[in-house]
Design a protein around this ligand. Sequence first.
Ligand SMILES: Cc1cc2nc3c(=O)[nH]c(=O)nc-3n(C[C@H](O)[C@H](O)[C@H](O)COP(=O)(O)OP(=O)(O)OC[C@H]3O[C@@H](n4cnc5c(N)ncnc54)[C@H](O)[C@@H]3O)c2cc1C
Ligand code: SF4
Length: 575
Amino acid sequence: MPADEHAQRRIQGQQGGPAQQALPGLRAPDELAPRLGALLGRGALLLGRVPSRAHGRTMTRPALRRLVLVLGDQLDAASAAFDGFDAATDAVWMAEVADESTHVWSGQPRIALFLAAMRHFAHGLRELGLPLHYTSLDDPDAPPTLAAALGRDIARLAPDELVLVRPGDWRVLQALQAVASEHAVPLTLLEDRHFFSTPARFEAHARGRKQLRMEYFYREMRREHGVLMAADGVSPEGGQWNFDADNREAFGRDGPQGLPAPPAFEPDAITREVIALVRQRFADHPGRLDTFAWPVTREHALRALRCFVDERLPQFGRWQDALWPQQPWLWHSLLSAALNLKLLDPREVVAATEAAWREGRVPLAAAEGFIRQVLGWREYVRGIYWTRMPGYAALNALEAHEDLPAWYWTGATHMACLRDAIGQTLQHGYAHHIQRLMVTGLFALMYGVHPQQVHAWYLAMYVDAVEWVELPNTLGMSQYADGGLMASKPYVATGKYIQRMSPHCKGCRYDPAQRTGETACPFTTLYWDFLMKHETALAGNPRMALQVKNLVRLDDTQKKAILARAAAVRSGEVA
Ligand SMILES: Cc1cc2nc3c(=O)[nH]c(=O)nc-3n(C[C@H](O)[C@H](O)[C@H](O)COP(=O)(O)OP(=O)(O)OC[C@H]3O[C@@H](n4cnc5c(N)ncnc54)[C@H](O)[C@@H]3O)c2cc1C
Ligand code: SF4
C-alpha cells in the first residue's frame, strides 16, 4: 500500500463507541473486569505518561495480600489474574526489562509494540485507582531481567502471595517460579482462559493417538464450542468441515484488485514516547519505526477486528497463499499481535466471523477458513508447545547445523522474493503466513540452518511473536525439526512454487526453472540438494515418495553440479 494511502487510513479519533457497540465484550467474569475493560477501551484516558514508580497509595498500605503479575502479553482486563482483586489489599505488578528484548535480538517494531501496549494498559489501571508497581525501562535502576525485577519487588513489598496466569513462554514461567521459591513466597499459577482450550484438554486429545493432526483437533473444538455447527449440533455447516479446496488462488497478471487498506493507528503521546525510547535504547536492533501503526489498546484492537470482518474477511482464504511484491497485507486479518497480547479475545473474533456469515455478509469458505486459523491452528500449536516443552525447543530431526545467513537481518539479498519478505518484516514486523512458511522458512529449511537460529530469528522479528505460538510454527511446521509431529511432511518446493504464486521471479536475477548454472534459483538448487541429502529418511514418508522418486532422473554429473551450486549458495557466493 502506498505510504500516503496508509496515512489516510490512520485512525485519529479515540472515541470508544462504535466498535464496542458492534462487537460487545463477551467477557465479564467478575465485577472488576467490565469496569477495567470499559476504562481500558476509552481512549481519552489513555493519553498520559505512565508513572514509573509504585503508586503512592500502596506505599502506606500495611500489608500486601496478593501481588498480581501481569506480563507484556497478558493485557487482558478479564484475565483470571484479576478475579477477586481487592484494591485495599492487592496490587498489580508489571515490569519492562531489557532482557525481554535482547535474549533474542528483537526487532524494533516488536519491542515498541509490547512496550506501548503495556504502558497503555498500565495507564488504564492507574486511572482506575488500582495499586500498581510498574518498572519502566527509563528507570536508571531498572533490573535487567524479569526475575531480578520480581526478586527486588518481593523483597521490597513482602507480598503474602504471587498470582500469575500461565505465561506465553516456558522460560519465563521457570524464571518466575524460581524467584518465588527463592523468596519463599507462594506463587499461584492460573490457567489462561483467553484460550478456548487448555494444555490438559490438548493432552486428552493427543492421548493414544499415533499421529497428531490439526484437522481432528479442530473438529473437536468446533463441536465443543458450537462454532459453525448445523442445527443438529453434530454436523458442520455446509456439510463439510473444511473448504480449503475453494481457497488459495494465485492473483492474475494484474495483481490484487480492489485491495482495502487496513486500519492504521496513529501513535499517541504514550506510543511516541515508546518509539523514541526504542530508537535510542535499541538503536542497533533490526527494523524500523517510521510507519509503526499497530493496535496498542483494546479499543484499537476492536476497531481492527471490525474493519477486518467488514472489509477483508469476504476475500480471506481465496488469496490466502498468494504473494505480491510490495503488498504486505493483502486480505489477511493482521490481528495476530492484538490476539497474542490478549487485547482481543479469540471468542469475540470467532463470534464476529460466524455472525458475518450467518448474516450473509461473507461466504462460508471465507468464514470457515479464517475460523480454522484461530480456533484450529492457534489452539493446536499452543497445545503442542505446552505438552512438549522443554524438550521440544531442542529438537533437530534433520540434523541441520548451518548458520542463518547474515542477510536475514538486513534483507540484503538478490533473491527478489526473500528481499521483499524480509524488507517488509524489517519495516512492519509482519509477514503473512505464506511468506513465513514458503519464502523465509522454506529457504532456511533447505539451506539447512540450525533450527535454534531460525527460531531466534522468527521470535525476534515479528510483532506477534510469543514463544508458545512461534516455536511450534518454526520448529515444527516450517523446519520439520520435530520429525513430523506438527506437519506430515517437510514443506519443500523449488522456485517454481514461488513463481506460480507471485510475480517475484520476473524481477529476479535468478531463474526458477534452473537448478544449476550461473542463473540457477537458489530455491531450486537447494530443493534438489535437500532431496538428495535426506533421500533415505524421506523415502519412507508416503507424502514425499513422489518427490523423492524424481531423483532417479538425475545422473551423477547433474548431482555433482547441484552439490557444487548448493555449496556456492551456502558459502555466500550466491546470495
Ligand atoms: C515460521 C512461522 C512462524 C510463525 N510465527 C508466528 C508467531 O510468532 N506468532 C503468531 O501469532 N503466528 C505465527 N505464525 C503463524 C502465522 O503465520 C501468523 O499467525 C499470521 O501470519 C499472522 O498474520 P495475520 O494476523 O494477518 O493472520 P491471518 O492470516 O489473518 O490468520 C488469522 C489468525 O489465525 C491465527 N493463525 C493463523 N495461522 C496460524 C498458525 N499457523 N499458528 C497459530 N495461529 C495461527 C493467528 O492468530 C492469525 O491472526 C508463524 C508461522 C510460521 C510459518
Ligand atoms: S527466481 Fe528464485 S530467488 Fe528469485 S524470486 Fe523466484 S523463487 Fe525467489
